[in-house]
Write a protein that binds this ligand. Structure first.
Ligand code: PLP
Length: 405
């Protein structure tokens, strides 16, 4: 058998490009042709990184902190991460059991790539963040998705988890608050899942806590390792500065978990990217150890926007949206729009049709739910100023009102 020069790794060949990036490309094409588009598709806060954090990055450059760091990260940053886990999550963490990576995404990639073999299964509750199943696929393992519908608040239940675990299950991925639904797991939700996990000692858990601080209505935040200390040796708690401190471009994520896993992830990272960007590590240190009022401020802004956006969506005939308790996403059912025809004569058969027509005819960019593993829904990211959200909401309402049977 001959090998062509362009032949790809078979796991990469089977992976899909990110649906959210695809939408961003379509938005760019629309704008390039002169169309006005309000994009509700971005997965990042619209705020600037806090001033003192930016200054810390500038100071790092000026004072010559421009060389490699240890693969696992600067010790003061790892100590600050351990202190964060203690302070905010009640986890007693040694700095040696933390790892700094180039974004939260690399924490996830490191963990899965370090542990998965062909034939292994990873349980991914759907709807899910688009990258989970693709990373599992890249590692040569199989993502086992479990549909978690509106009736369970888009959350994984203990019964559904128990039914999905097989002897091949290596990981469960949990994400609270969730991208794309904004669902938040309560203490009781996590306790119920922990009971099931205790009976299956081969299963590791990735707790993706990246939206931890974006939680509304005065709810308390809980993470699995804190709820069930008997699972501590099997849980990788992942977090980062991207969403909490509006630092998506700085690329700093971190995690803590059992020593053997952190060590394996460090080994992998040492042959891949080495330590995360030194300047960004200094900035992340300032974020974690400096004033924390930015977190309260952005939470208040997002809660206000959430209320407005959910109201606007629920006033659009054919859309229905539960009230999300976290992150900056609303996940609205568009079932009521299917089978209808748009003002421009487009028949809407799937949620992807709805998203395409909303962009073409209403100038509003969203992402279809089926890209996240559950349709027919649309995901609206409300990381945008109030006036644009209002205009987008009104354009969506007008689009829905203009549909015909
Ligand atoms: N996890 C979830 C659920 C996300 O939505 C994202 C980013 O969109 C990440 C992880 C990755 O974060 P980072 O930008 O730190 O890599």
């Amino acid at each position: 058998m001959t090998v062509e020069p362009h032949q790809l790794n078979r796991h990469l060949a089977g992976a899909k490009p990110s649906a959210t990036y695809k939408v961003m490309d379509r938005v760019a094409a629309h704008r390039a042709s002169g169309a006005q588009v309000i994009s509700l598709s971005a997965g990042e806060p619209d705020f600037d990184t806090p001033e003192h954090v930016r200054e810390a990055g500038i100071t790092a450059i000026r004072t010559g902190h421009t060389r490699y760091t240890q693969v696992a990260g600067l010790r003061p940053l790892r100590e600050a991460i351990a202190a964060k886990f203690q302070r905010e999550n009640g986890l007693d963490v040694r700095w040696q059991d933390t790892l700094v990576c180039s974004g939260g995404k690399q924490v996830i990639f490191n963990a899965l790539a370090a542990t998965l073999n062909e034939g292994d299964e990873v349980i991914v509750p759907a709807p899910y963040w688009v990258s989970y199943p693709e990373i599992v696929q890249l590692c040569g393992a199989t993502a086992v998705t479990i549909a978690c519908g509106a009736d369970s608040g888009f959350k994984l239940t203990a019964d559904a988890l128990a039914a999905a675990i097989t002897p091949r299950t290596r990981w469960l991925i949990l994400n609270s608050p969730s991208n794309p639904t904004g669902a938040v797991y309560s203490r009781a939700d996590l306790q119920a899942l922990a009971e099931v996990l205790l009976a299956h000692p081969q299963v590791l858990v990735l707790s993706d806590d990246i939206y931890e601080h974006l939680i509304f209505d005065g709810l308390a935040y809980f993470t699995l390792a804190q709820i069930e200390p008997r699972l501590r040796e099997r849980v990788l708690t992942m977090n980062g500065v991207s969403k909490a401190y509006a630092m998506t471009g700085w690329r700093i994520g971190f995690g803590t978990g059992p020593g053997w896993l952190i060590e394996a992830m460090e080994k992998l990272q040492g042959q891949q990217t080495s330590g995360a960007c030194t300047i960004s590590q200094h900035a992340a240190l300032a974020a974690l150890t400096g004033p924390q009022d930015f977190i309260q401020q952005s939470r208040a802004v997002f809660q206000r926007r959430r209320n407005r956006v959910v109201d606007l969506l629920n006033q659009a005939p054919g859309l229905h949206c539960q009230v999300p308790q976290g992150a900056f996403y609303a996940f609205a059912s568009c079932e009521g729009l299917l089978g209808k025809t748009t003002a421009a004569g487009q028949r809407l058969v799937s949620d992807e049709d709805v998203v395409n027509a909303l962009l073409d005819e209403a100038g509003v960019a969203t992402v279809h739910g089926s890209a996240f593993g559950l349709g027919p829904y649309i995901r609206i990211a409300y990381a945008l100023d109030d006036a644009s959200l209002q205009r987008a909401g009104e354009a969506i309402q007008q689009f829905c009102r203009a549909l015909s049977d």
